[in-house]
Design a binder for this molecule. Structure first.
Ligand code: DGJ
Length: 725
């Protein structure tokens, strides 16, 4: 059993194949964190916890001596009020105004597998779970800390359940999912920051004393920061060194922080952002936090990412679609924008015949009076001026040409100029009578209001149930402002953001269950909500509205720190590219897009015969390599953040097949010797490389490398490996 409790020393040992987490019930029942890192024996680590008395670190009541202070003890779920001045994991307010808490060990149990997290996306299929209950004896408040172990992939999923057994309502003002105190400060913090059309750029900075964090206050996980962060040793590379990674399975306001105290302990925390949050918990009720996915490795960043990839590919979400090869899609957005009608769509669809594309996705503009982005969101009825015969003839046309049909929605939004807004202005998030912000001329529907949830269930089901739709692109093009819900009483207003998320998840859960064969693709102005919460319901996300292959190098590379490539949608778009104006070769665009869930974002009517042939080859090749992209281990080889090029590869689980891609950004005169070193191969196996028409040992390719020929601006190469014997 990977979870052991030793009663004599009151110690918990949580072991995965390569890691151990150790903590102990300590003096008076406080939980003392002893270790998290590389797997070690079940040692008694009490000897390490030598704390020295420190001025201004107060002693808790009955402390053994003046050195015993919660300000100094590393712990699992710190609270406010008892002398620990660092950031707590939980804060509450009792009816008498008191905010004081003192959680101590109450009980624990070990379960096979893992219980569901009610109403929240979560990992499944854990080997076992420890539930550790802590209690504040003064008030009767309890918190159940949950640790689920995934032995083979070195993942621990953590969450907390706050149970009000106090006999009166209280307010939860901070409820993080996980907190861990690490006994060192010499870390770099890695995070993913960005903007619309420049998502998930890599940030790596040394920690300093104090708090540093990534967070969202936008009502969505956001383009600006991602709910993932890692603490790594200064010397950690892609292939070696310590890396502690944490990702939150949540799509709303989050925080991930690292706090280095005066004694060089680093407190690493993540959860719902406490900013503008509180939750009224009636007596007998529970508040469950989202799930934090934590991993440690001493083998560098690639292994850390692979642990996350394995968790999200095999243990997250819709069981029918996860880890399946996704359809090759053609989307009409960059081909037509809003400017289409039935005839134009017929032309595009007919033109896809024989190209090897699986699904045609009709993007924004098919409903209401949607000729531009200033109106009609909320009115999910077909625009009869553009499509006089409805969606059915479009669907039939797709099927006649060997494709299935997909449709775009932006369900969470409403335009001021819409029938929905005219009928229900109170369903939009804003405060009546106060001027409010718009974004892309639209407002956000108040999903904290159960009536809105019911409306959306019906509006979307009406379209999905009455048409043969195999694919839904679910967009979301602005963030929340004017956070006020007309459906919530005054003392529950700060619940709006989390209630929004819970009802969004309820809506997606309902649609997943009612339409189990529909593949959902998430999108938020591209990659503004690329998080594990959304991936639970929608197993791939349009990675960015920037479809330029060279910009995508950084975006996809950064995204891969936490998320598997198959979860990223990447399309070949027209050249010159619409966002960057950049002209790039077709094969570079193809290599970048094929390293993800693949498709097209261009007008097939504009293709030359030669380009049509190229597309046929591309789709045939993608069908060949898609199992590798889906099931293979992904390795980052050269970072586009560090160099004028980028390289990565996929290796099949049995190491018999692999595909590597190298992309040159700008060409370099007097080409210096340029080698790319492959990774993850069987060192003793011989591989045939199709493009080099030669045979090579695995160790040779990994350690001696492949010499690249001269490449000009934006040129690229791929290497397709197959083991020979
Ligand atoms: C933003 C998306 O990211 C685009 O792909 C497209 O669907 C537009 N919205 C449509 O308005």
């Amino acid at each position: 059993m990977p979870i052991t409790f030793v009663p004599e020393t009151q110690t918990f040992y949580l072991d995965t194949d390569n890691t151990s987490a150790i903590f102990r019930v300590y003096d008076q029942g406080y939980i003392l964190t002893e270790y998290w890192g590389k797997r070690i024996h079940h040692a008694d680590l009490t000897r390490l916890q030598k704390v020295y008395a420190s001025g201004f670190s107060p002693n808790y009541p009955g402390a053994v001596d003046r050195s015993w202070s919660l300000d100094l003890i590393p712990t699992e779920y710190p609270v406010y009020g008892g002398g620990d001045y660092r950031s707590p994991a939980v804060q509450v307010q009792f009816p008498d105004g008191s905010r004081l808490l003192d959680f101590k060990y109450h009980s624990h149990r070990v379960l096979e597998g893992k219980p569901e997290l009610p109403g929240l996306p979560h990992l499944d299929g854990a080997d076992c779970t420890l539930e550790l209950t802590l209690r504040d004896d003064y008030s009767g408040l309890e918190v159940v800390l949950s640790y689920s172990l995934f032995e083979k992939i070195d993942i621990i999923a953590r969450s907390a359940r706050i149970c009000n057994k106090t006999g009166a309502p209280l307010k939860v003002t901070r409820a993080l999912s996980a907190s861990i105190d690490l006994p060192r400060a010499d870390f770099d913090m890695i995070g993913l920051y960005g903007a619309h059309i420049r998502e998930r750029q890599l940030d790596r900075t040394p920690l300093r004393h104090g708090i540093q964090s990534v967070e969202s206050r936008r009502g969505a996980s956001s383009h600006q920061h991602n709910p993932f962060a890692a603490l790594v040793s200064r010397e950690t590379t892609e292939f070696s060194g310590d890396a502690y990674g944490a990702a939150l399975i949540y799509s709303g306001n989050f925080v991930i922080s690292a706090e280095v105290d005066s004694f060089d302990t680093t407190r690493f925390q993540l959860g719902i952002n406490p900013f503008d949050f509180s939750w009224k918990l009636e007596d007998g009720e529970e508040f469950v936090t989202p799930e934090a996915v934590m991993t440690y490795t001493d083998q560098g960043l690639n292994r850390m990412s692979q642990n996350f990839h394995n968790a999200f590919r095999h243990h997250l979400g819709h069981t029918r679609i996860r880890n399946k090869v996704r359809p090759i899609v053609i989307n009409n957005w960059e081909a037509t924008y809003f400017d289409f009608d039935e005839e134009k769509l017929f032309g595009i669809i007919d033109c896809c015949k024989g190209l090897g594309i699986d699904t045609f996705v009709l993007d924004d503009g098919w409903f209401g009076k949607r000729y531009n982005d200033v109106c009609s969101l909320g009115d999910w009825v077909v625009n009869k001026d553009k499509l006089p015969h409805g969606l059915d003839p479009i669907i039939e046309r797709c099927e006649q040409n060997g494709m299935s049909f997909g449709l775009w929605f932006e369900p969470e939004m409403v335009s001021e100029d819409s029938d929905l807004y005219r009928a229900h202005p109170e369903w939009a998030i804003h405060k009546e009578g106060r001027p409010f912000c718009t974004g892309r001329c639209q407002l956000v529907l108040d999903l904290a209001n159960p009536e809105v949830l019911e409306y959306l269930k019906k509006a979307l089901s009406d379209v999905l149930a009455n048409h043969r739709i195999s694919y839904v692109k679910w967009d979301m093009n602005r963030h929340i402002t004017d956070a006020y819900s007309s459906a919530l009483p005054a003392d529950r207003q700060p619940e709006i953001y989390h209630r929004y998320m819970l009802n969004l998840y309820a809506l997606l859960d309902y649609l997943n269950k009612r339409f189990p064969d529909v593949a959902f693709e998430g999108c938020s102005g591209g990659g503004g909500r690329f998080d594990a919460g959304m991936l639970y319901y929608m197993p791939q996300t349009w990675t960015s509205d920037d479809s330029d292959a060279i910009e995508r190098l950084k975006i996809q590379y950064g995204t891969s720190f936490a998320y598997p490539p198959q979860c990223m949608t990447a399309h070949i778009s027209a050249s010159p590219n619409h966002q960057m104006g950049r002209v790039t070769p077709y094969d570079t665009r193809a290599r970048v897009a094929m390293s993800a869930s693949f498709g097209y974002e261009l007008n097939p009517l504009h293709l030359t015969d030669e380009e049509r042939e190229e597309i046929k080859n591309q789709t045939a090749r993608y069908k060949k390599i898609a199992p590798l992209v889906t099931e293979g281990d992904f390795y980052r080889l050269i970072s586009p953040f560090d160099r004028n090029c980028c390289a990565w590869m996929f290796v099949s689980p049995d190491k018999r097949r692999a595909v590597a891609v190298y992309v040159q950004k700008l060409g370099v005169p007097a080409w210096p010797r340029n080698l790319v070193y492959l990774a993850g191969l069987n060192p003793d196996a011989r591989y045939r490389i199709e493009e080099m028409d030669g045979e090579f040992y695995g160790d040779e390719l990994m350690h001696a490398g492949i010499a690249l020929p001269w490449m000009g601006d934006f040129q690229s190469a791929s290497f397709t490996l197959e083991q020979i014997d």
